[in-house]
Design a protein around this ligand. Sequence first.
Ligand code: ATP
Ligand code: MG
Length: 412
Amino acid sequence: MDAAACGLTSARISSQARQVIERLQDAGYTAYLVGGCVRDLVLGREPKDFDVVTQARPEEIRQIFRNARLIGRRFRLAHVHFGREIIEVATYRAAPSLVPDDSDANVFGTVEEDAFRRDFTVNALYYDPEAGLVRDYVGGFQDLADGLLRVVGDPEERFREDPVRMLRAVRFAAKLGLRLTPDSAALVPRLGHLLSGVAPARLFEEMLKLFHAGNAVATYEALCEHRLFEVLFPSVAAVLGTESDPDSLLLQALRNSDRRIAENKPVTPAFLFAALLWEPVREEALHAIAEGMVPVEAWQKAAERVLREQLQIVTIPKRFSVPMREIWSLQSRFDRRSGRQAFRFLESKRFRAAYDFLGLRVGAGELEPELFEWWTRFQEVEPAEREVLVQGLSGQGEKRVRRKRRRRASSG
Ligand code: ATP
Ligand code: MG
């Protein structure tokens, strides 16, 4: 197919990717851009990165590029480094079902075989910018034009073979505004439970792609609609129920993080998971407190239990789960403002995240806004005025302390 007829020109391709294709072709191998970058170019979107596939074997790729490193064990592929930019170069692969053993000879295939092992037709377009042509073995271009996300091959077989494809389906549908074909959409609620058999570490990577790509709200709603959210976060789904409340802490958090990403501000998985898991933790803690447990202990036990259950499904690396729990446990520090306590808290490393989280709780109607407003002022005013703010409260605080002391004294 003519690339220009697909709306493709080489103008928006990174010069490094073009250089890689040119050098492979000069060495006598066929080579194409493939996957998300071609799909995004056809849709008129900015590709995240450029992936190349070629007939050349990994060892041959390494001989052509001095700046290439081979990675991966089972399916080796090459990373060609240009300063900070990396172009991933893979060799055409045959579908796994055609591979009786792991030897390279059987793993690698033709460009056509490579197309049939890809997940969706829109991800299986091969673009040769040098020749100005597109190879489309599975009808991906027509599907893109029709706004359809279609599984390559038999959807049930492909979802069973790799259940993560269901998450990818929901992600691409939400991100690109494509409609999943009805037959596949109907399978997702039925086969979604298979995700519980996927390695939790891989699912963590998928969670970041789902929730940290700038369209978390749409993605969350699509996950709920396809009944995948309840498989990934059963304890959260049990508390939140089916109707999604736009003022809920979780939706506010997702909306905020979409906005931050649009503004190129950083986002952290610690905050994301703190918001995702908060409702079941809160419900369990409040329940335990109502039953008479000491609050500190109730919150800690609830956090531990919810986290333990969640980790069975999705890994949350310690470097994120530790600050996540800190965001939760620091919520009680906002009440302690007298003396130097407010000043010390403000200086602490995790203050900002805990404060933002407090803001979400207020927005969700969990707390009256006064406390949050006080802390907002405390940050905004000149340091000298902070003393005044603290003194403004200390009347109440001191009274409370004195009353307690007196009671203790009289009972003693
Ligand atoms: P994104 O813009 O999110 O990077 P992408 O389509 O490039 O989208 P990648 O995860 O980078 O997604 O994968 C690159 C390509 O590899 C896909 O376009 C698809 O052709 C193929 N692919 C990735 N994961 C799978 C899978 N689980 N099963 C089959 N093919 C896959
Ligand atoms: Mg990609």
